[in-house]
Design a protein around this ligand. Structure first.
Ligand code: ADP
Ligand code: GLC
Length: 488
């Protein structure tokens, strides 16, 4: 199958969150299965063509893309995912993509991703490559399914090109004034059925993707059900219910070449389920990094996260005083909302011997926290999939999570599941979104931490899980085929 994978971030070139991990890993797995995958993504300022050895495509450059009355030159570069033959096409349009953030609140944010969508289609045309599927990810790519069926419908190259729209996070929708529709130049835009593209009087890129894609999916089975409800649907529940028969849930996988304590090059001490010894050394190293003295048998709680309300930081804020009364270490890596950054800065000032905080983005430290923590906290309000809890399982770092979305699909509470032959319970979870439920689960986990045989069992139950992409990639192929059938 020829698969065009369109994404606004992809490791190792650009990353703000899990979408980048997925975009770097799923195409690799698909190509292992002999599919021809090409990735399409913006060339942000931080992506250096010479460092990344990108080739300037003279034969197709530049694309000329019009928005309203202006024509923009878009230059296409080609690179590869590391150690693979998966091609990555980068769109260089400095006016739009050379900013200090990948996502902005600038007034032309709509234009930035209209450019991306058109650049994808026009590059495919110039390559004269017949894509069987265009795999779109999140709102930044939400216009593509419509454009294929409208603006570019004249081109027979796309007669059989189906579209899949993957929702990684329904809370970010790409909402713009209604006159943004004019900038898209979609045919018949004056007669466009507004119920398919508009929400609360705004032109909504996410809703457009949901309405026009042949098939839709999200990144866990539980989240696929949750988003049909007003509690989780963020206003999209009605259109999703309308498309329920075409909506699937496929859990993200993990690239165990990158996230595996046995071979992880970013941690000082490798270890495995056969020999966990190195883990304690990583813990010592992690504490040293934050100038915190090591004591044996004191649990270390870790967090690696965007500091956003989605991730449950309001609950963490409420329990911090209680947490500080317990005998534990607490290490946080994250960046995001100012209120939470300030909160953690306050606690590190007040409790320098038990709290370590790094505000910012740091991949190496993310690996060290996975390896050196005993317990990983992820009390998300909602979580489409969540990757860090899955990484934690592999690192023998026991997750304490709220039972929602992908967290519910990957973490089984030890107390709830240890009755079924002791092989299932791999963490601790709670349902109520409350600080009481969170602190109770943390206390349960710490209670078991002191009981070494039980703790090791919980760790091993997690380490034995296999969330490699193999299975999920197969499921993607199945829904690509479903999308193709719908297109015919
Ligand atoms: P989300 O995409 O909602 O942020 P995920 O759990 O799916 O959540 O993925 C988050 C990814 O981003 C993980 O790979 C995690 O290690 C990484 N990450 C998050 N915050 C940071 C940070 N401050 N520094 C380094 N890596 C981070
Ligand atoms: C989003 C979600 C996260 C998911 C990631 C990759 O950022 O918040 O839960 O793991 O996308 O699909």
């Amino acid at each position: 199958m020829n698969i065009a994978f369109v994404t606004s971030e992809v490791i190792p070139f650009s990353k703000t969150g899990g979408l980048a991990d997925v975009s770097g890993a799923l195409p690799l797995e698909l190509s292992k299965k002999k599919h021809n995958v090409k990735i399409f993504t913006p060339k942000y300022y931080s992506i250096d063509a010479s460092v990344r050895k990108l080739e300037y495509l003279h034969n197709i450059n530049p694309l000329k893309i019009r928005i309203l009355n202006k024509i923009y030159d878009v230059h296409v570069f080609k690179g590869f995912l590391p150690t693979s033959k998966v091609e990555v096409y980068f769109f260089d349009c400095p006016w739009f993509f050379h900013r200090n953030k990948f996502y902005t609140n600038d007034p032309d944010e709509d234009e930035r991703f209209i450019i991306l969508s058109k650049a994808v289609i026009e590059t495919i045309q110039r390559l004269y490559w017949s894509a069987d599927i265009i795999h779109c990810n999140d709102w930044q790519t939400g216009l593509l399914p419509l454009m294929i069926k409208s603006n570019y419908n004249w081109d027979r190259l796309f007669d059989k090109t189906a579209t899949l729209f993957t929702i990684h996070n329904i809370a970010y929708q790409g909402k713009f004034p209604l006159d943004t529709i004019n900038k898209t130049e979609v045919l018949g835009r004056l007669n466009l059925p507004l119920d398919k593209v508009e929400h609360e009087n705004m032109f909504n890129f996410m809703k457009t993707g949901i309405s026009f894609a042949d098939v839709i999916n999200t990144v866990s089975e539980t989240y696929a059900k949750e988003i049909l409800t007003p509690e989780y649907g963020e206003g999209m529940e009605a259109v999703l219910r309308y498309r329920k028969n075409d909506l699937y849930g496929i859990l993200n996988g993990v690239d165990y070449k990158i996230w595996n304590p046995k071979i992880d090059k970013l941690i000082p001490f490798n270890y495995s389920k056969e020999n966990l010894e190195g883990k304690e050394n990583n813990k010592k190293h992690l504490l040293k990094t934050f100038n915190i003295g090591y004591k044996k048998n004191v649990p270390l709680l870790g967090i690696v996260s965007r500091l956003a309300i989605q991730k449950g930081f309001d609950l963490i804020q409420q329990i911090m005083p209680d947490l500080m009364n317990l005998d534990l270490y607490f290490v946080v890596l994250g960046t995001g909302e100012y209120e939470y950054e300030e909160m953690f800065n306050y606690y590190v000032r007040t409790f320098p011997n038990k709290v370590g905080v790094y505000i910012g983005y740091n991949n190496e430290l993310a690996h060290l926290i996975e390896a050196g923590s005993d317990i990983f906290l992820m009390p998300s309000k909602y979580e489409p999939c969540g990757l860090n809890q899955i990484y934690s399982l592999k690192y023998g770092t026991v997750p304490v999570v709220r039972k929602t979305g992908g967290l519910a699909d990957t973490v089984n509470d030890w107390n709830e599941f240890n009755g079924y032959g002791l092989d299932i319970g791999n963490g601790f979870s709670f349902v109520d979104y409350s600080s009481y439920a969170l602190i109770s689960s943390i206390k349960r986990s710490i209670g078991d931490y002191y009981n070494k045989p039980i703790w090791e069992k919980i760790q091993l139950n997690g380490m034995n899980r296999d969330y490699s992409w193999e299975n999920s990639a197969k499921k993607y192929i199945e829904i690509y085929k479903k999308a193709q059938l719908k297109r015919k």
